[in-house]
Design a protein around this ligand. Structure first.
Ligand code: PLP
Length: 391
């Protein structure tokens, strides 16, 4: 709530989303009634196993996977990313090169150091000022030693979409496996793994109205992958650990709802985002939007406000009941500017003054109006404190 208790506007849906009521209702019986371990032999276990398999079909349907058994349930997007990258490397021990983009989420990007410690060469593909990966650069850095190309489908900070079809074309020409972190794409833009033939794809439930702590990894049939979690024989021996049935059922329901959302509702959310962006640029001087204007998820806007610190904006917005996110990550007490915005050519100061607003199907017109009323005075007040603000 705002300090005066008037309103809360949640504009941080790329961080997480609220669980949809329908998802919650679908999950509940699996805590107290149908709680069997789906691997058990008795008939009661089927009451858990069957809905889990239905959820696999629903998730496969959302990304148009040809076979439901290409979906492995995991605990989150981070696990899916780690399982894909380490699993592909383990399956091809003679290949010691991984290519990723310079704007990956930490769930991929922060593996760089670990991979290098294990003797794997890592190349970061640069992006242009609009946040787009250079496919020609990919063509040049691929080698016979390359095990994997991992490029995110949609960026979490800017929403910018990668040219995945071209990336697959170039990598597959050289026989190289393609993984994509589609955590920010699934449920927001059409994702069709038969049209865009990635070999592996990560998704995460809590980004599209399923609960936190459940995700999936799509593995195209025939892709060689060693399991990341070793233990029992769950998920056909590809991911050990008792399945989180309630959350998996919730993920399936959320996938079904997301397919519906991708129709008219997505147009409504894009409209809200575009109005918000247009009005902020018109009402607040010295602002800019980061990332390609059209090759972007419809719910995200990354706005740089010159002469102000993103953290100061966020705290002031929080007082107004507005939840948004900055482009910085607070690392061990020092504020590191976002590697994504830096890779796009923004200066330290520009990156520091950046705020990400991300909407969802629960965002209303009234919430956009409220933000448009409250944000300009907040920025004006903070700028008055800046010795550099030209006025
Ligand atoms: N990849 C991207 C692009 C993300 O935005 C996130 C979450 O912010 C993740 C991976 C990690 O997902 P999870 O929180 O489910 O581990």
């Amino acid at each position: 709530m705002s300090k005066r208790g008037e309103m809360r506007v949640y504009a941080d849906n790329n961080a997480t989303t609220r669980v949809a009521d329908e998802v919650m209702a679908a999950m509940l019986p699996f805590f107290t009634e149908k709680y069997a371990n789906p691997s058990s032999m008795y008939a009661f276990a089927l009451e858990a196993k069957r809905p889990m398999e239905e959820a696999r079909e629903q998730v496969a349907g959302l990304i148009n996977a040809a076979h439901a058994d290409e979906i492995i349930f995991t605990s989150c997007g981070t696990e899916s990313d780690n399982a894909a990258i380490f699993g592909v490397l383990e399956a091809q021990p003679r290949k010691r090169h991984v290519i990723m983009s310079a704007v990956e989420h930490p769930a991929v990007y922060n593996l760089t150091e670990t991979l290098r410690r294990h003797g794997v060469r890592v190349t970061h593909l640069s992006v242009n000022g609009e946040g787009l990966v250079d496919v020609e650069e990919l063509r040049h850095v691929l080698s016979d030693d390359t095990a994997l190309v991992s490029v995110m489908w949609a960026n979490n900070e800017t929403g910018v979409l990668s040219p995945m079809e071209e990336i697959c074309g170039v990598a597959h020409e050289r026989g190289v496996i393609v993984h994509t972190d589609a955590v920010q794409a699934v449920g927001k833009v059409p994702v069709d793994v038969q049209k865009v033939p990635v070999d592996l794809l990560s998704l995460s439930g809590h980004k599209f109205h399923a609960p936190k702590g459940v995700g999936a990894l799509y593995v195209k049939r025939g892709t060689r992958l060693r399991p990341f979690f070793v233990g029992g024989h769950q998920e056909h021996g590809r991911r050990a650990g008792t399945e989180n049935v309630p959350s998996i059922v919730g993920l399936g329901k959320a996938a079904e709802l997301a397919q519906k959302f991708l129709g008219d509702e997505v147009t409504r959310v894009r409209g809200l985002r575009d109005r918000f962006e247009r009005e902020i640029l018109a009402r607040v001087p010295y602002t800019r939007v980061n990332g390609h204007r059209t090759l972007r998820t419809p719910n995200t806007t990354s706005i740089s406000f010159a002469y102000v610190e993103g953290e100061a904006i966020l705290l002031s917005l929080s007082d107004e009941g507005i939840c948004a996110s900055s482009g910085s990550a607070c690392t061990s007490g020092s504020l590191e500017p976002s590697h994504v915005l830096r890779a796009m050519g923004l200066s330290h100061a520009e990156a520091h003054g950046t705020v990400r607003f991300s909407f969802s199907r629960y965002t209303t017109d009234a919430e956009i109006d409220y933000m448009l009323e409250r944000i300009p005075p907040v920025i004006a007040r903070l700028r008055e404190l800046s010795p550099f603000y030209p006025g």
